[in-house]
Design a protein around this ligand. Structure first.
Ligand code: THU
Length: 134
């Protein structure tokens, strides 16, 4: 495991307590590394009007874009429970906007890495910016 991955995993786990999840009580932290080597964090932010809640990955992407990052080199997502906290379908597509098929997605629990996938494994045959670039 690389130094970058260690930092990314620690960043995702450290974000978890900042989640605003009064309804599900499921705290998620996400961390993404951009092309400058900068790490951006996000948490899930729920809402009394349930569908308006936002995933942790969406917050991390917004932070990256605000800071000038446009390419994701790796992602870590940290959640509790016994099952793997893999990104939801919508977030797989959100991540696709800023990363290619090889982008590593590291799935973590509160104690560290549990699994890792490429974007292509989680979102095969994806539709991305290249599809519109002709
Ligand atoms: N959630 C995330 O933030 N990211 C994921 O990858 C999976 C799910 C959040 C959304 C909601 O606030 C809570 O987890 C339960 O679904």
């Amino acid at each position: 495991m690389s130094k970058r991955d260690d930092a990314l995993i620690a960043a995702a786990i450290s974000a978890m307590p900042h989640a605003y999840a009064p309804y599900s009580k499921f705290h998620v932290g996400a961390a993404i590394c951009d092309e400058h080597g900068q790490i951006h964090r996000g948490v899930n932010v729920e809402n009394a009007a349930y569908p308006q809640g936002a995933c942790a990955e969406a917050g991390a992407i917004a932070a990256m874009v605000m800071a000038g990052g446009r390419n994701i080199t790796a992602v870590a997502v940290a959640g509790g429970g016994d099952l793997l906290c893999t990104p939801c379908g919508g977030c797989r597509q959100r991540l696709r906007e800023f990363g290619g098929p090889e982008m590593p997605i590291i799935i973590c629990g509160p104690d560290g890495e549990r699994a890792r996938y490429s974007l292509a494994e989680l979102l095969p045959h994806s539709f991305g910016p290249d599809n519109l670039d002709q």
